[in-house]
Design a protein around this ligand. Structure first.
Ligand code: ARG
Ligand code: ASP
Length: 727
């Protein structure tokens, strides 16, 4: 008995770093909180109940949370459908209403009445109506060792049926998703509103203050928010945009706390995290850390240096490429931080240790041995197979598709696949035309040509010649094996090289045009690359993916059996999740301790009128000098701007509300710290922090800076600690 205890303790202890029961880690399913988390949340200081967060019989917090456009999170903050999300989430909407004469991105925008709000075609928000466990219905009667293909077929058809049945006679939609790699299935019934209007956005000098330099970093000083309003039809149901639509009457909206935050305060982040991979094996992390990340970082290093050189040289290029540069740099910087974090945590070694323990555990029992002993050797095998195409795949995605002309070629290629003269073709042609128009609006042909030369060179230098596509080899041999000469030729003569040529080409699109396209040098290279990809890379990718999917399912089943006491949370998969933690500072390196919050003083300290990212508007400076912060100042009379907490978040959590123990809004999540970006693979409570903009800064900007205080009047502000409610 004693010995057993010791063994158990040792096991728990040694597994600690990879798998531990810590409050900070995890993205939990809202309908399971009561069973899995509520008591711990209360111990940590939560004042509300799990039912206040998720309840399908009465309104609850979840009724205020939306997936914003399918890629971010937003929350409802008034009884009239007012919605808050990040500036970088509203960015493309704001940009689409901007022109040189009326630059909403740079200047900011505030509707001074509902009439001035701007519709956004294509933008939608999705509420969760209810979540159901459908695991039994999906997996019923499927034996553990069912043939994989049969199993998948059955699962697929059951999903389809369940999804259809769930929403007959309603305007809802239903989606069943796998969790724990298909050990569990949950159905999400949703309601989507399509009339979402822009209410306001701060100028970029506030919303994107610090730009790419500060991105993924703390101390942070960005007011990363924008505001929208959701409209419904006159009957309260979702409707396409119409003048006659009315502001949404939500089932619930978030009260806003002006009480401030203290270190150690309980916090929750409620939103739609996109993707994490916490249960990867050591084999997968090895490839990612030692090959995939270093190479994609290297490719983007190159791409960014080409772009920044041209952007520095030419103002027009700078404007055209600023958004592209930002998105290229965003993932690049994350991967760098991620690799550093994985190295620091020695994740691969920790994973190996866990795998060793798993193997010992499996081998200690004949039934387990039969079920689980093969899993890790099979993983090793399949990752070895996959490794053969990993590098060509990385270069295909990052280097080949890093050239913009190749993306345009992909569009044209899709067009040639649709039957001429059909209705679909007409639609596709229109779409291609508008794509092309937008494409050339932000395109510089000489910059892209430089990218072509630089990225193709990297491809040639790093990928085994057996993967080189024929057209690239031929093209090179026609041009003295000189990439520059090949690029000169393509960027001068290709149909894809200028808007004029593209317009002419798309005008009266015909069989003859397709023939002509097929002889185009750039297009030939594009096709040759994709052809080589589908022949040499794709099959291995798909086969290994299927195999890995199956192994992951078994691996997770085994891990959960091995650690029955451990609370497992499913990887993020763009479904609604709640993370909880506390307001907390951190130490990035030895001898350095960051505070848990920043103030407007830091904005002034960072100001640099000569650098775009650090411009501060006169108005903000005046308010700062006058210390005119109104009710939004903290106890010291300073204006809080951002703060850090220990909530486990990832991409897609941007715009998520960060809530206090009472379930009131205290800020908007928008980023993580650089030292913590490995949290998608391994969460480290010591180092991982989510970064939020303080709600008091948001309201200050709306009210004091933009003069749109009428919006604040719509909201419910909680100014005092419970018990002493003011006004
Ligand atoms: N790093 C954050 C995220 O992954 C914010 C990106 C937008 N902000 C920026 N300065 N680029 O999306
Ligand atoms: N900035 C990310 C987003 O846009 C959030 C993150 O990765 O932490 O969703």
């Amino acid at each position: 008995m004693k010995k057993n205890l010791l063994v158990t303790l040792l096991l728990i202890f040694s597994l600690g770093p990879v798998f531990s029961l810590r409050a900070d880690e995890g993205m939990w399913l809202p309908q399971l909180l009561q069973a899995m988390n509520e008591s711990e949340m209360k111990e940590l200081g939560m004042k509300i109940s799990a039912e206040d967060i998720y309840n399908i019989n009465k309104s609850s917090l979840k009724d205020a949370i939306v997936s914003f456009g399918g890629y971010c999170t937003g929350e409802i903050i008034s009884g009239e459908g007012l919605l808050l999300t990040n500036h970088h989430c509203g960015y493309s909407s704001i940009q689409s209403h901007s022109s040189v004469e009326n630059d909403l991105l740079t200047e900011g925008f505030w509707a001074m009445s509902k009439e001035e709000e701007i519709p956004n075609s294509g933008l939608f928000v999705t509420f969760i109506v209810r979540i159901e466990d459908v695991t039994d219905q999906i997996l019923e009667g499927i034996p553990y060792d069912a043939e994989e293909e049969k199993r998948q077929q059955l699962v697929r058809s059951r999903i389809e049926q369940i999804e259809t049945n769930a929403v007959v006679g309603t305007h809802y939609e239903a989606k069943v998703k796998p969790f724990f790699y298909g050990n569990e299935y949950y159905m999400f019934v949703t309601e989507t509103y399509k009339d979402v209007r822009l209410v306001g956005a701060p100028p970029s000098s506030i919303g994107k203050f610090g730009g790419d330099t500060d991105n993924w970093m703390f101390p942070r000083h960005a007011g990363d928010f924008s505001m929208f309003r959701v409209y419904s039809g006159p009957d309260g149901k979702p409707a396409e945009y119409s003048k006659d639509n009315i502001p949404l009457k939500p089932k619930y909206f978030l009260p806003i706390s002006l009480k401030g935050i203290q270190p150690g305060d309980f916090t929750m982040v409620f939103g739609f995290p996109g993707r994490t991979e916490e249960y990867l094996t050591s084999f997968a992390v090895e490839t990612l850390q030692n090959e995939t990340n270093p190479n994609r970082i290297k490719i983007r290093d190159k791409k960014l240096s080409v772009l920044s050189e041209d952007m520095a040289r030419d103002d027009e290029v700078r404007i055209k490429y600023s958004a592209k540069y930002a998105s290229t740099a965003n993932a690049w910087k994350k991967w760098i931080g991620q690799n550093k974090g994985l190295e620091r945590l020695e994740t691969i070694d920790q994973k190996r240790l866990l795998e060793k323990q798993f193997t010992d555990w499996a081998n200690a029992d004949p039934i387990r041995e039969q079920r689980y002993a093969d899993i890790l050797p099979s993983f090793q095998e399949v990752y070895k197979e996959r490794a053969k195409i990993n590098l060509p795949n990385v270069y295909y995605r990052e280097a080949f598709y890093g050239i913009e002309m190749m993306r345009l070629a992909a569009r044209l290629n899709a067009l040639t696949k649709i039957g001429l003269g059909t209705k679909e073709e007409k639609k596709a042609l229109e779409k291609t035309k508008s794509y092309s128009e937008k494409y050339f609006k932000n395109y510089d042909f000489s910059t892209d040509k430089k990218l072509f030369v630089a990225l193709m060179q990297m491809y040639l230098d790093n990928v085994d010649p057996s993967f080189y596509p024929d057209a690239l080899k031929e093209g090179l041999s026609h041009h003295y094996n000189d990439l520059n000469k090949l690029a000169d030729y393509i960027y001068q003569y290709s149909i894809l090289s200028s808007e004029k040529k593209m317009d002419r080409f798309l005008d009266r699109f015909s069989e003859k045009k397709i023939k002509k396209l097929e002889e185009d040098e750039a297009f030939k290279i594009y096709r040759s690359f994709t052809e080589a990809y589908s022949r040499q890379i794709y099959p291995t990718l798909v086969d290994s993916q299927d195999e890995i999917g199956k192994l992951n399912r078994e691996w997770l089943a085994g891990l959960r059996e091995m650690m029955p006491e451990k609370r497992f949370y499913p990887d993020a998969n763009s479904t609604l999740r709640l993370a909880y933690g506390q307001v907390k500072s951190y130490s990035p390196t030895d001898g350095v301790q960051y505070d848990y919050f920043t103030t407007l003083k830091g904005v002034m300290e960072k100001e640099d009128p000569s650098v775009d990212e650090f411009i501060v508007s006169q108005k903000l400076k005046d308010l700062y000098k006058a210390k005119d912060f109104g009710i939004y100042a903290n106890e010291q009379g300073d204006l809080p701007v951002c703060f850090t907490a220990t909530n486990h978040t990832t991409g897609g959590n941007s715009g998520s509300p960060i809530l206090n123990a009472e379930g009131e809004l205290i800020g908007l999540n928008f980023d993580r710290n650089w030292e913590g970006t490995m949290s998608d693979i391994q969460f480290d409570p010591v180092m991982c922090r989510n970064i939020s903009v303080d709600i008091r800064y948001v309201l200050f900007v709306v009210d004091k800076f933009a003069g749109a205080g009428y919006l604040v009047d719509e909201m419910v502000l909680v100014k005092e600690k419970a018990g002493i409610v003011e006004n």
